[in-house]
Design a protein around this ligand. Structure first.
Ligand code: SF4
Length: 337
């Protein structure tokens, strides 16, 4: 079905629900698409007779699948909208189908606008799930302009060639040596800045929603973020008690890394504590008065986004290595899963 800027194709889910005769199904949708949820439910009601439960907890990515506790409500199946699959089947405890929300915005203009800003001939093209169906069109436009665009497969967290996540830039990083610059198609700054910091290659961001291009602005934002991170690292140097945040969300769990971090901290004659958390917020940490510094092994965005609201510094595992003298600031990169 088409809703405003998106095409959300529910037919595969409908077929499966009918075939399996599911009685109660749930729908998980990110906050940004929640405005469409009633239209989606109304549409499904015309096609299936199952009871439909809207799962209203925030849903940040395909890492954030519906809670197993929902089984107690009789939920048999979940339609997860707006993200591409990220977890292995065996990690998903309630059968789930991932339905992307494909942007139907025309990308032609914004891609053409980006061309004068691209550096060199070989261009790495990366995008988010919303624009992934348009990636072939992007490649065509660049080729028509005598450029050599390339895309790459990411690692096993990445579903489509050329797709990147806030926590995973592997499809961009794999072609780092081959490209002169990158073209990112999508909105927001986190993905292109992550790529800029990790690849150290020029990145141009083309936003089909606003029909605008960013290049210099990304450099300025990168410098601002690096300055903030440097300040946080410096202010954490004398920390004695560390809280290691472990994400409860299925696709954010990094227990092995948390164990490694604990060993690193404890062998530096500092103290560390594991703190498991599902939905992170600045207020959820208020009670931990004796903790000097937090290290997040959960979603890498936790440490970077909204850092200004946190009373206790929150570092990424990479930043902790710098605090402990195990990595140089010059080797700073964004944390990735
Ligand atoms: S871990 Fe964070 S960045 Fe990665 S998919 Fe989940 S919410 Fe997005």
């Amino acid at each position: 079905m088409k809703i405003e800027k998106y095409n959300i194709n529910l037919e595969k889910a409908i077929k499966l629900i009918k075939k399996k005769e599911y009685k109660i199904i749930g729908i998980q949708i990110p906050d940004g698409l929640k405005g469409y949820i009633l239209k989606i439910v109304e549409y499904l009601e015309t096609k299936i007779s199952s009871k439909i439960l809207i799962i209203s907890d925030p849903c940040f990515g395909a890492c954030d699948i519906a809670n197993y506790e929902l089984k107690n409500l009789g939920l048999e199946f979940i339609i997860h909208i707006g993200h591409m699959p990220l977890l292995k089947n065996e990690e998903i405890l309630i059968p789930t189908i991932f339905i992307n929300a494909h942007s139907i915005l025309n990308i032609k203009n914004v891609v053409k606008k980006s061309i004068p800003l691209l550096e060199g001939k070989t261009i790495g093209v990366v995008t988010t799930a919303q624009h992934i169906e348009n990636i072939e069109n992007v490649l065509e436009i660049l080729k028509d302009n005598n450029l050599n665009p390339i895309i790459s497969k990411g690692d096993n967290r990445i579903f489509c060639d050329g797709q990147i996540l806030g926590c995973n830039l592997s499809s961009g990083m794999k072609i780092k040596k081959d490209v002169d610059s990158y073209l990112f198609i999508g909105s927001g700054n986190f993905h292109p800045i992550g790529l800029l910091i990790c690849s150290k290659k020029p990145v141009i961001a083309a936003d089909p929603y606003t029909n605008s291009i960013k290049k210099e602005e990304l450099y300025k934002l990168r410098d601002k973020i690096l300055k903030q991170r440097y300040g946080l690292i410096a202010s954490s140097l004398n920390s004695k008690k560390f809280g290691i945040i472990i994400g409860i969300k299925r696709g954010q769990q990094r227990m092995e890394l948390a164990n490694k971090i604990k060993k690193m901290i404890d062998s530096s004659k500092k103290k560390s504590f594991f703190i498991a958390i599902d939905v992170f917020s600045s207020s959820s940490m208020h009670g931990f008065r004796d903790i000097d510094c937090l290290v997040s092994t959960s979603c890498p965005r936790i440490a970077i986004d909204d850092f200004i609201q946190y009373k206790i510094p929150i570092l990424t595992p990479i930043e902790l290595e710098i605090v402990l003298g195990l990595r140089k600031w010059e080797d700073y990169v964004f944390d990735q899963i």
